[in-house]
Design a protein around this ligand. Structure first.
Ligand code: ADP
Length: 191
């Protein structure tokens, strides 16, 4: 089993690269943002609670997100590997993920960090808002809030995995296919 975390700030291209990785390697995609948006679309209690945080660019509470991931791991026993996208987003989530994976006799093999400058992140979010309908992409204050949450809470996830030598940082600027080639090289070097 090969488990990968695709790591990076909002707008760094995690979703785009995830789709390509799944097509090539058959990972089971686990995007907490996608799961939360589907809970909102289905108007579940969890979705209603999460929406208020997401609309403000804040993180959904750790316990909620960790519970969702626990359920997804249990529902997908026997897959070749998971691609975690947008999770973990806090150090507490990273520690919880390591513990959950341990109970499934597996662990994180690689954390791929996409590096994109802040002005480019904002441009991409503004552009994405035009077609995605995502309210959290359209509002300038929410964009800034998400970037500051990334710096203050999410960067600690890379530090957590760096102590185990699991982090590879790649330039996330340039052609999508060129970035994807770099990602594939890093995956293959570790598998
Ligand atoms: P992006 O990477 O563009 O910010 P996501 O779809 O990953 O998009 O996340 C959108 C929002 O969903 C986040 O701003 C946050 O409110 C919520 N969210 C997603 N994943 C998590 C998580 N692991 N922990 C807490 N909140 C999350």
């Amino acid at each position: 089993m090969f488990n990968l975390i695709l790591f990076g700030p909002p707008g760094s291209g995690k979703g785009t690269q995830s789709e390509k990785l799944i097509a090539k390697y058959g990972f089971k995609h686990l995007s907490t943002g996608d799961i939360l948006r589907s809970e909102i679309a289905n108007q579940t209690i969890l979705g209603l609670e999460a929406k208020s945080y997401m609309d403000q660019g804040q993180l959904v509470p750790d316990a909620v997100v960790i519970g969702m991931v626990d359920a997804a791991l249990n529902a997908n026993k026997g897959v070749n590997g998971f691609l975690f996208d947008g999770f973990p987003r806090t150090k507490a989530q990273a520690i919880a993920l390591d513990e959950l994976l341990q109970t499934h006799n597996t662990s994180i093999n690689l954390v791929l960090a996409l590096d994109v400058p802040e002005d480019e992140l904002i441009k991409r979010m503004v552009h994405r808002a035009k077609t995605s309908g995502r309210s959290d992409d359209a509002d300038e204050n929410v964009q800034q809030k998400r970037i500051s949450v990334y710096k203050n809470e999410t960067l600690a996830v890379a530090e957590h995995y760096d102590q185990f030598g699991k982090v590879e940082t790649l330039n996330g600027l340039g052609e999508i296919d060129e970035i994807f080639s770099g990602i594939c090289a890093a995956v293959e070097a570790k598998s």
